[in-house]
Ligand binder design. Structure first.
Ligand SMILES: *[C@@H]1O[C@H](CO)[C@@H](O)[C@H](O)[C@H]1NC(C)=O
Ligand SMILES: *[C@@H]1O[C@H](CO)[C@@H](O)[C@H](O)[C@H]1NC(C)=O
Ligand SMILES: *[C@@H]1O[C@H](CO)[C@@H](O)[C@H](O)[C@H]1NC(C)=O
Ligand SMILES: *[C@@H]1O[C@H](CO)[C@@H](O)[C@H](O)[C@H]1NC(C)=O
Length: 500
């Protein structure tokens, strides 16, 4: 008998790793001499350059997922109508490029250097300064489990899941890009106060290091003594509100749906069988080893797919790009089915409410502090928050916001919430009170403004003088409206309702 829990675990891995990012850039992969000199019978497979014109197929999607830091990026953060002022920015990122989490049995792991060196590509002008600055991290304040996490990747042969130099550079670039986007808005003064910057991360070194890389890009040589790094023990960033029995019911149903779809795909099953025969292992073992994770790691680093010699049990040979493409294609199809089924969205609403509720509350606090006549301490409110997270955090965030068409979070993906205030009107009538400006939110995903694609602002009628989405719309979405999809009006109700 097959154990259901085990199957579900294997499926979860697929949910977690479903990358469907579309690649716009083309990559050059050079065949390295060492590989070419290995046994003549072993045909090495090199990724073909992705074409810019054709529909994004599984391969160009995969390159987009890698997010190689090798081109200038369009970023629409910080854009607003004239005279609007920026009140706060809240960012969630996925960690940058990392070493594989699962290795393929019988194969050698790809050789990737996880030490940092400004002389190795990809590099960044801030990389040397970043390395030095992290050495002084002892001056910062750390929630207890974080103080023992390494602040830099530092293994000449990457550890499982370790952030690579590519991952650090991706986030230095993100930070610098936000620095440029916000420099005209005086988001943070030179002498920002400790309360104005919030950094939180899970306990994994790749998220902690990614968060610090972005922060360093945004605020080079920041004052460590002003920084507190907070720990989120759950990948859902749900703080003290993680209990929600109904949430896992939706996830279980979603994973069963995913499993059924997968086993019904004969092309996929044939491909797994073929790969297992090459390696000389049972198909079941190969599937459990989640080969796509390792193959993506090869692809993102321009390393040829693994080859093995023939043995008594296996035919030997190389894993191929077409096998990779079959697995990826199935994952993309699964994304479409996932949207149709709607179970993941229900899970996502419950999973992301605590984070969204905190985000909404912060916005409301900042907006209040900026009302006229408020005597607030200067530097009293958080104006920049950064949550350094995982794909299993960002995918449900996008889904909960109704950004169902968004691509699966690539390495170093970012979601940005900006809070803006329109200029107040100055009254002409003597003695009349000037009208205070209104407050608006903007949502961006990887630099693209997606505000009017979100569930809460999709139907908002843009008025001529309201090019942004009112904060009130977002607040009522988070606090009530989004629960309509789970036939409830609150988190408590949706989480604890007895099954019908
Ligand atoms: C970026 O890609 C181009 C062509 O695809 C290549 O010539 C260049 O060396 C790459 N740069 C980096 C930093 O990888
Ligand atoms: C990295 O590791 C090497 C040797 O293991 C050690 O000498 C060096 O101090 C470490 N660097 C950092 C920045 O931790
Ligand atoms: C949502 O946020 C409010 C603060 O705005 C807080 O009082 C409330 O407890 C939060 N709800 C949950 C379930 O976390
Ligand atoms: C929605 O909730 C209400 C009240 O809890 C209940 O009467 C109704 O049957 C539910 N509808 C569905 C479709 O579950």
């Amino acid at each position: 008998m097959i154990h259901v829990a085990k199957l579900v675990t294997a499926c979860l891995v697929l949910v977690n790793l479903m990358p469907s990012a579309s690649g716009l850039e083309t990559h050059q992969h050079q065949a390295d001499g060492a590989a070419a000199n290995q046994g003549k019978s072993r045909k090495r497979v090199f990724p073909a350059p992705a074409s810019q014109t054709e529909e994004p197929g599984p391969l160009s999607e995969a390159y987009g997922y890698c997010n190689t830091p090798n081109r200038t990026e369009q970023a629409w953060e910080g854009h607003s109508p004239a005279d609007y002022s920026l009140l706060s920015v809240q960012v969630m990122i996925r960690h940058g490029d990392r070493y594989l989490l699962y290795s393929i049995p019988k194969t050698r792991r790809p050789a990737i250097d996880c030490t940092l060196s400004a002389n190795r590509r990809p590099s960044h002008p801030l990389l040397s300064g970043f390395i030095t600055h992290m050495g002084r991290g002892g001056r910062g304040h750390w929630d207890s489990p974080l103080s023992s996490v390494p602040r830099l990747p530092n293994h000449s042969s990457c550890d499982i899941g370790e952030l690579t130099q590519t991952g650090v550079v991706q986030h230095l670039r993100n930070g610098q890009l936000l620095r440029d986007a916000y420099k005209h808005h005086t988001l943070l003064a030179e002498d920002w106060s400790p309360r104005q910057v919030w950094l939180e991360t899970t306990g994994k070194s790749r998220t902690l290091q990614s968060g610090l890389s972005l922060l360093y890009g945004l605020l080079p040589d920041f004052d460590w003594t002003k920084l507190t790094v907070r720990h989120q023990w759950s990948t859902l960033f749900c703080g003290g509100a993680c209990d929600c029995p109904a949430r896992n019911k939706y996830l279980d149903e979603e994973q069963r749906r995913q499993y059924r779809l997968r086993v019904a795909n004969t092309e996929l099953e044939r491909t797994y069988t073929e790969m297992a025969r090459t390696l000389g292992i049972p198909t079941r073992q190969l599937r459990a080893a989640n080969p796509i994770d390792s193959l993506l790691c090869h692809l993102c680093h321009g390393i040829a797919f693994p080859c093995v010699p023939a043995t008594d049990s296996g035919s030997g040979g190389c894993l191929t790009m077409s096998q990779f493409a079959v697995i990826r294609k199935q994952q993309l199809e699964d994304e479409v089915e996932r949207r149709k089924a709607g179970l993941y969205r229900k899970y996502a609403i419950l999973a992301m409410f605590p984070y969204l509720n905190r985000t909404a509350a912060k916005m409301e606090r900042v907006a209040r502090a900026n009302e006229p006549g408020r005597q607030t301490r200067p530097g009293g409110e958080e104006v920049f928050s950064l949550s350094s997270a995982h794909d299993v955090t960002m995918a449900p965030l996008l889904s909960a916001l109704g950004l169902e068409q968004a691509r699966f979070p690539r390495f170093a993906a970012r979601v940005v919430f900006e809070l803006w205030k329109s200029p107040g009107t100055t009254s002409k009538k003597k003695g009349a009170k000037a009208k205070d400006g209104e407050v608006f939110v903007r949502v961006l995903y990887n630099g693209v403004d997606v505000t009017f694609r979100t569930a809460f602002c999709k139907t908002h009628v843009r008025k001529g003088n309201q090019p942004l989405c009112p904060l009130a719309t977002f607040l009522s979405f988070v606090r009530r409206d989004m629960f309509a999809l789970v036939n409830a009006t609150s988190y408590q109700e949706a989480c604890y309702r007895r099954p019908a």
